[in-house]
Design a protein around this ligand. Structure first.
Ligand SMILES: [Zn+2]
Ligand SMILES: [Zn+2]
Length: 260
């Protein structure tokens, strides 16, 4: 297995890797999915270090990047890849910058609470999130055929307008981006988020059949599918108690929480 100063590479199975950044408070995961013909990288991390250094060691196949959503911690190494895809709803942020976030705020967040040495190439004073045109768009229902595995795109807005989740139908892996993870609240409390959409998206992923493992983009790597039952209960609870609106604060459930 690869040893690296910044990234932690973990085996999910022989064709699926998590590339994690545990040295940063956001504990971000990116995922490399190898098919028989091509490879998909779900997100490219914080951009504190170059994730391509890792993916180059894991495959020689052409890599296409699927963006779960356009926030700084998911597009860090996008510039290193020739083919990147994003949902229309977040495309403007990819090209013109993330709305509602100043560069000062981004630099403050990227540099704080780092627990391991950062690469010499990282300078938080000059750090800039990737900006550029995507190769193409991701649409709800799109299928990525990797030869021996099929990925299905679900448009799951709320955390951002163009947020998507990826279901690896062949292996039963559901990659939920920032729609669902454990330990820290899922964010839908700032102006570019939408609590009602987030809850609809949460409800939607509970209807995906044959999910064997849920992979969120932060914190614990891999959640048992029982979390989707908790999500279903949570959606019902939030509706019954009229909680789905800005200002409700943090609502904690069994295994995850949301912040409106
Ligand atoms: Zn995000
Ligand atoms: Zn994130």
């Amino acid at each position: 297995m690869i040893k690296d100063d910044w990234f932690t590479v973990q085996f999910i199975d022989e064709n699926t890797y998590a590339i994690s950044e545990y040295g940063h408070w956001e504990k971000v995961h990116s995922f490399l999915l190898l098919g028989s013909k091509r490879a998909i990288l779900i997100d490219t991390g914080l951009g504190i270090d170059n994730i391509k250094r890792i993916t180059d060691q894991l495959t020689t196949m052409p890599i296409e990047v699927i963006t779960t959503h356009v926030h700084t911690d998911h597009i860090g190494s996008h510039a290193e890849f020739a083919r990147i895809f994003v949902h229309k709803g977040d495309e403007d942020w990819l090209i013109n910058g993330i709305k509602g976030l100043t560069i000062e705020q981004i630099r403050k967040d990227i540099r704080r609470d780092i627990t391991i040495p950062t690469p010499v190439t990282f300078n938080p004073d000059t750090y800039r999130p990737f900006q550029g045109k995507p190769t193409g768009n991701l649409n709800d229902g799109d299928v990525f055929d990797l030869g021996n595995r099929r990925l299905i795109i679900y448009h799951t807005p709320g955390h951002s307008p163009g947020h998507i989740s990826v279901f690896d139908e062949t292996n039963g892996y559901l990659f939920t981006g920032d729609l669902l993870y454990d330990e820290t609240p899922v964010y839908a409390f700032y102006p570019s988020t939408n609590p009602a959409d987030l809850v609809k998206s949460l409800e939607r992923i509970t209807g995906i059949p044959n999910v064997k493992m849920v992979y969120g983009s932060h914190n614990t790597l891999g959640l048992k599918p029982v979390i989707l039952e908790e999500v279903r209960n949570a959606v019902e609870y939030m509706r019954d108690n009229d909680l789905i609106k800005f200002g409700t604060g943090i609502i904690t459930f069994n295994g995850f929480s949301v912040q409106f």
